[in-house]
Design a protein around this ligand. Structure first.
Ligand code: SF4
Ligand code: F3S
Length: 104
């Protein structure tokens, strides 16, 4: 599966939802997540994310993101249409440890 990781937080560009063939993105206030049991591993979303926040969970160290994507995709609503990114999305891109700083 692919998972959404740290840099999505407060960037939330939502380009990803437009390309997913199985509509498996779910929307929180500050980020999106992928439902790992619905993702078919096509990889189409990965290059679409301007924040480079989408990664295959086979990369090292992504266990906590797999957990977070699994947990919140069960709680948050599905999203299939791109909305407006936060006004300061570009300024927020690349800030480290967003999970600890901004995710409550
Ligand atoms: Fe959707 Fe494919 Fe991305 Fe999985 S890898 S979330 S199926 S676009
Ligand atoms: Fe987030 Fe990138 Fe999608 S910033 S909302 S994963 S396009």
């Amino acid at each position: 599966t692919y998972v959404v990781t740290d840099n999505c937080i407060r960037c939330k560009y939502m380009d990803c939802v437009e390309v997913c063939p199985v509509d498996c993105f779910y929307e929180g206030e500050n980020m999106l997540v992928i439902n790992p049991s619905e993702c078919i591993d096509c990889g189409v979303c990965e290059p679409e994310c301007p924040a480079e926040a989408i990664l295959p969970d086979t990369e090292n160290g992504l266990e906590k993101w797999l957990e977070l994507n699994t947990k919140y995709s069960a709680e948050w609503p599905n999203i299939t249409v791109k909305g407006d990114a936060p006004a300061d999305a570009d300024a927020m891109s690349g800030i480290e440890n967003k999970l600890e700083k901004f995710f409550s």
